[in-house]
Design a protein around this ligand. Structure first.
Ligand code: C2E
Ligand code: MG
Ligand code: MG
Ligand code: MG
Length: 279
């Protein structure tokens, strides 16, 4: 609800309200300014093995602390950046920054696989594979230490072109995963066809574990299918010990969630990293 109360008074917006055109344009402008001013950061959220508690990787999550707007959630600005096309600039920055950090960890003798979220528009750039190849080459990162998280939206488009691009990325040696698995409208056929190594079970299915019968069915079927297809599985959004134990009982490989840690700035993540068992 928006209440007009005359000049100088406040307006109250419901959070779920569509952002109107004017604020879209303002946000787009603010995003460009923030990029110029270096106001974006990456946080890193650990993925933990359910079998032995070891660190299996980290997901890079973008953070924007704006001078005027405060903290702006990626849930808000990523969709706007996708609409305006600015996601290309953001996405390239995220890729370079995540790789820069991964190289620091690699060279410190504590290599960790860093997952980067890739938006549909970014993936559709004709030179996307070239960009990834160049960033890797310039950085000296072992390619297997980079993982790209793709959404089902990416995978349903133009099957042939997508398949070629995925094979080209896989040929570089980077790992490919499907993010928010189960929330899209894609066909299961692509799981067999595409060179993907990991599924990330969406948080919306993990939330109801272990009580919700529907979530139990979906999660156990996904894990079973992944095993049959020799794909790794990460459960997203694990917040409770009961959820973690249920997933461990299904032989799910790993989890990510507030139970272990939220996304953290690199230096804070490094302190946490030192506390995980290593072999
Ligand atoms: P996502 O890729 O599925 O990332 C997981 C989101 O769930 C993150 O939210 C993370 O902070 C949150 N999360 C992790 N564990 C828990 C938990 O236990 N409980 C709850 N309630 N939430 C948890 P975040 O960072 O706000 O990002 C939201 C979405 O924005 C991401 O979903 C992703 O789609 C997008 N995003 C974030 N960073 C980037 C980026 O660098 N590039 C692109 N293209 N998209 C990004
Ligand atoms: Mg993700
Ligand atoms: Mg996800
Ligand atoms: Mg998600």
């Amino acid at each position: 609800l928006v209440k007009e109360r005359g000049r100088g008074s406040f307006r109250f917006y419901q959070p779920q309200m569509n952002v109107d055109l004017l604020s879209r344009m303002k946000m787009d402008h603010a995003m460009r300014r923030a990029m110029e001013q270096g106001m974006f950061r990456l946080h890193y959220q650990p993925q933990i093995s359910l079998a032995n508690g070891q660190l299996v990787g980290v997901e890079a999550l973008i953070r924007w602390l704006d001078g005027e707007l405060g903290n702006v959630s990626p849930v808000l600005f990523i969709p706007l950046a996708e609409e305006s096309g600015f996601i290309i600039t953001i996405g390239t920055w995220v890729l370079k920054e995540a790789v820069r950090q991964a190289v620091l960890w690699q060279n410190a003798g504590t290599p960790v696989t860093v997952s980067v979220n890739v938006s549909a528009l970014q993936f559709q750039q004709t030179d996307f594979v070239e960009i990834v190849a160049n960033v890797l080459k310039d950085s000296g990162l072992a390619p297997y230490l980079l993982e790209l998280e793709l959404t089902e939206t990416i995978l349903v488009r133009d099957a042939n072109e997508t398949l070629n691009r995925l094979h080209a990325l896989a040929a570089l040696g980077v790992a490919l995963s499907i993010d928010d698995f189960g929330t899209g409208y894609s066909s299961l056929a692509y799981l067999k066809k595409f060179p993907i190594s990991k599924l990330k079970i969406d948080r919306s299915f993990v939330m109801g574990l272990p009580d919700d019968e529907g979530d139990r069915a979906i999660v156990s079927a996904t894990i079973g299918m992944a095993r049959g297809l020799k794909l790794k599985v990460v459960a997203e959004g694990v917040e409770t010990i009961a959820q973690r134990d249920y997933l461990a009982g299904l032989n799910c490989e790993s989890f990510q969630g507030f139970l272990c840690s939220p996304g953290l700035p690199a230096e804070e993540f490094e302190r946490l990293m030192a506390s995980f068992p290593r072999d």
